[in-house]
Design a protein. Structure first.
Length: 446
C-alpha cells in the first residue's frame, strides 16, 4: 500500500530548513505523497528512508526477468488494466510444450515448426520465445528431451512438480535462466529452495484462487518473490475468471500478493483443437496471460497471434513508424524507378512486401509524414509536394539516377501537378491505389 503524507513526514529529518523549496517538512511530505515532487528534493533524506519510500511506491505488479543473454525478457510490471489508460509494457511470451511421452518424430516435427515460424513484422522478430517441457512420469526421457531441445536456443519452462527431477532438469539448463513451474502446496519448500539456489523464476500452481493466494503468501514468507502464477483452471471459464481476478487484485486492489505475471496453459484448455487454441491464446493476450503455452506453432496460428500481441503491446498514442529514408529492393541501379510511400509502419510494410514480391529492382522513398497513412498525412498537410521535393533532393537520388521516375501512391494522384513543378527533370507517374497492384504495375512499367 502507498504511504500517506504523514508516513512520509516521519521519514523526513523535520528540520524545516526550506531547502526543498517548501516552507515545512510537512508541506514537502504532502507533495511527495501526491506524486508531485521526488523525495530526492530533500538533500537530508536518509538512504534508508529513500529505500522505504521506493518500496512503498513501487508498482503493484512486479517485473520478472527470465532467460539469459539475448534471450532475456521481462514479464509483468503492468500498471493498468486497460490499454486505453496507459501502455501495456511487457508483452506476453509464447511457449510450445513438449512432454516425456513424446516420440522422436513428433518431437522433431514440433521443434522444426518452432524454427520455421520466425519472421520480422514492423521491426520486431516474431517467434515462440520459450519451450515448455512437461514431466509426467519418465525421468530419463524428460531429461533427454530437455537436453535435445537446448539446440533451439530458447528459454525453458520446466513444468515439473517432482523436486528431484526438477533439480536434475534445472542443472541441465540453469545458465539459460529457465522458469520452473510446478511448485504447489505439497512441495513448496523444496521448490523455493531449488529456485533460490539457482536464481530462477518459480511458477506456483493451486486449484482455486484462494489456494493460489495462500500459496503465494507462503512463498513470499519463504522470502522468495521471483514468481509466476499459474492461473490455468479446470476449464476455460474458470481460467478466464482466475487470470482476470489475479490481475485485478494486484492492480485495482493494490495487493502485491497477486502482483506477479501469469502463465496460462491454453494447450490444456483447447484439448487438441487448433482453432480453439488460437482463439484462447488471443483471449489471454488481451486478458493478462504473461506466458501463453501452446501445443504447437505454425504460421496459420502464429500470424494472427503475433500481430495481435504487437498491436496490443504498443503505445496507442505513438504511431508505429519506420525510419524516413530511401530503401532499396533487388539491387536497383541508375535506371530503376523510385516509388514513394509514407513512414507509417503498416503502410511501409505492406508496400515494401509487394515490391519484394514483384522482384523488380526499385527504390522506395519514405519521407517524414508524421507516422500517418498516405491519405491521412496528405489531409494533415504532412505529405505535400514540398515534403516530397525535400525528401528527393536530400536523398542523393538525383545524383545516382540517369532516368528519374517517381511513382506517387495512387491515393494522392492529386499531387502530380505540384510535384512536377517542384521536381523539374523528373517523370512523375501515378501508381496504383492499392498495394497489391504494385507487382503488376512494376512489371509493366517501361
Ligand atoms: S529540505 Fe528536507 S529538511 Fe529541509 S524543509 Fe525540506 S524536507 Fe524538511
Amino acid at each position: 500500500m502507498g504511504l500517506t503524507g504523514l508516513d512520509i513526514f516521519k521519514l523526513t529529518p523535520r528540520k524545516n530548513c526550506k531547502e526543498c523549496g517548501f516552507p515545512t517538512c510537512m508541506a514537502f511530505a504532502m507533495k511527495v505523497a501526491s506524486g508531485a515532487v521526488e523525495i530526492e528534493k530533500c538533500p537530508y533524506i536518509s538512504d534508508e528512508a529513500k529505500a522505504k519510500l521506493s518500496e512503498a511506491t513501487a508498482p503493484p505488479m512486479k517485473t520478472i526477468k527470465i532467460g539469459a543473454g539475448d534471450n532475456e525478457k521481462a514479464l509483468g510490471g503492468e500498471t493498468v488494466l486497460f490499454r486505453h489508460e496507459k501502455t501495456f509494457v511487457n508483452r506476453p511470451l509464447f511457449a510450445v510444450q513438449f512432454d516425456d511421452q513424446m516420440a522422436d518424430d513428433e518431437l522433431a516435427r514440433k521443434a522444426d515448426n518452432i524454427k520455421k515460424v520466425d519472421y520480422e513484422r514492423i521491426g520486431e522478430q516474431m517467434h515462440a520465445e520459450l519451450v515448455a517441457v512437461k514431466y509426467t512420469d519418465n525421468k530419463d526421457r524428460y531429461l533427454e528431451i530437455v537436453k535435445q531441445l537446448k539446440d533451439l536456443n530458447k528459454t525453458f519452462v520446466l513444468v515439473c512438480d517432482d523436486a528431484a527431477v526438477a533439480a536434475d532438469a534445472v542443472a541441465l539448463v540453469k545458465e539459460t535462466k529457465p522458469v520452473l513451474v510446478g511448485a504447489n502446496a505439497d512441495n513448496l519448500e523444496d521448490m523455493v529452495k531449488l529456485a533460490k539456489d539457482n536464481g530462477i523464476v518459480l511458477g506456483l500452481s493451486a486449484a482455486g484462487i484462494e489456494d493460489l493466494y495462500a500459496l503465494t503468501e507462503k512463498a513470499q514468507g519463504l522470502d522468495y518473490k521471483e514468481l509466476v502464477l499459474n492461473t490455468t483452471g479446470e476449464n476455460i471459464a474458470k481460467t478466464f475468471e482466475k487470470t482476470i481476478e489475479v490481475r485485478r487484485t494486484a492492480l485495482e486492489g493494490k495487493d502485491r500478493t497477486f502482483g506477479y505475471p501469469s502463465i496460462v496453459f491454453v494447450n490444456e484448455l483447447a484439448k487438441g483443437d487448433a482453432y480453439m487454441q488460437t482463439a484462447l491464446a488471443a483471449t489471454f493476450i488481451l486478458k493478462y496471460g504473461s506466458i501463453i503455452v501452446l501445443e504447437d506453432i505454425e504460421y496459420a496460428n502464429a500470424l494472427p497471434l503475433f500481430a495481435l500481441r504487437q498491436n496490443i503491446y504498443t503505445d496507442p498514442q505513438k504511431p508505429m513508424r519506420v525510419e524516413p529514408k530511401v530503401y532499396e529492393f533487388a539491387n536497383p541501379d541508375a535506371e530503376s524507378p523510385v516509388l514513394l510511400t509514407v513512414d507509417f509502419a503498416l503502410t511501409y510494410f505492406v508496400v515494401s512486401g509487394e515490391i519484394e514480391r514483384a522482384k523488380v529492382p526499385a527504390y522506395l522513398a519514405v519521407p517524414d509524414a508524421g507516422g500517418l497513412s498516405v491519405l491521412t498525412s496528405w489531409a494533415a498537410g504532412k505529405l505535400g509536394a514540398s515534403v516530397i521535393r525535400d525528401m528527393i533532393k536530400n536523398s542523393g537520388l538525383e545524383e545516382k539516377l540517369t532516368r528519374k521516375r517517381l511513382v506517387l501512391p495512387g491515393k494522392v494522384a492529386v499531387l502530380k501537378g505540384d510535384v512536377e513543378e517542384e521536381l523539374p527533370g523528373w517523370e512523375i507517374i501515378v501508381g496504383p491505389e492499392e498495394a497489391m497492384q504494385i507487382p503488376k504495375f512494376l512489371r509493366e512499367l517501361d
